[in-house]
Design a protein around this ligand. Sequence first.
Ligand SMILES: NC(=O)c1ccc[n+]([C@@H]2O[C@H](COP(=O)([O-])OP(=O)(O)OC[C@H]3O[C@@H](n4cnc5c(N)ncnc54)[C@H](O)[C@@H]3O)[C@@H](O)[C@H]2O)c1
Length: 285
Amino acid sequence: MNYNLLKGKKGVIFGALNEQSIAWKVAEKAVEQGAIITLTNTPIAVRMGEVDELSKKLNCEIIPADATSVEDLQEVFRRSMEVLGGPVDFVLHSIGMLPNVRKRRTYDDLDYDMLDKTLDISAVSFHKMIQVAKKMNAVAEYGSIVALSYVAAQRTFFGYNDMADAKALLESIARSFGYIYGREKNVRINTISQSPTPTTAGSGVKGMDKLMDFADRMSPLGNASADECADYCVMMFSDFTRKVTMQNLFHDGGFSSVGMSLRAMATYQKGLEEYMDAEGNIIYG
Ligand SMILES: NC(=O)c1ccc[n+]([C@@H]2O[C@H](COP(=O)([O-])OP(=O)(O)OC[C@H]3O[C@@H](n4cnc5c(N)ncnc54)[C@H](O)[C@@H]3O)[C@@H](O)[C@H]2O)c1
């Protein structure tokens, strides 16, 4: 539905790779709500992925950049301000790379070069992005910067490995930089902690299908989809959230507040029959 929530706003979206990507959905919804945007991803993702298709559909420019390179980030913001006509109102960091997880290196046998890469791409790039933008005055007053996180930053999840450390750092950067950017320019910085979602990055996590099933059973509202995550991002870019900053916002159907649900518990039993009333309705209490 079009509410024109982002009418007149300009934004930069990092991380759209294919139609499954959360950033892809955010780009579509941001434009649908009236924004003009630029897209950026690594040169290889731009060559090999389907971003070109998205840029044609949304009539926006793609700026190839490695988010770990300060020079590349400077070019992203320089060019974005040029084509969009001034400082941007929102930035999405939707970037992750988990080499130790992909290579099945366990947490007690990490490859440290891969750990450096994980932290640099998945977390430090957020700091670099914000620092570059601030120095270039590339984000307008009352702008909104959002990165995507996962609940493994707070609690341990089998198979998520060193990516949990990267997410903890990512969320900390949002708080530390949120203070400075808020005080000086009224720019807000938040992370959205999203349900497990079937994407290219998500598929790297061991047992992802089972994790998704478990999370879905645990969450009273069920897992949040990439589309729903995009709606939340749009809300965070809009003027309706002007005083929300330095937060890690759970967008997970309630998962993070549940210790055990009936549906999860029932997977260890034959079924839900013993928890139903005479009419066959499940008693959740
Ligand atoms: N999929 C999930 O289950 C899930 C859950 C919570 C949070 N997230 C987070 O959402 C974000 C987006 O991931 P996704 O699930 O949409 O997967 P995705 O694979 O579609 O997106 C990851 C993106 O990161 C980009 N990227 C990798 N290295 C980069 C670099 N050096 N510079 C610039 N871009 C680079 C990739 O090209 C890709 O576009 C990630 O931060 C991820 O951790 C995902």
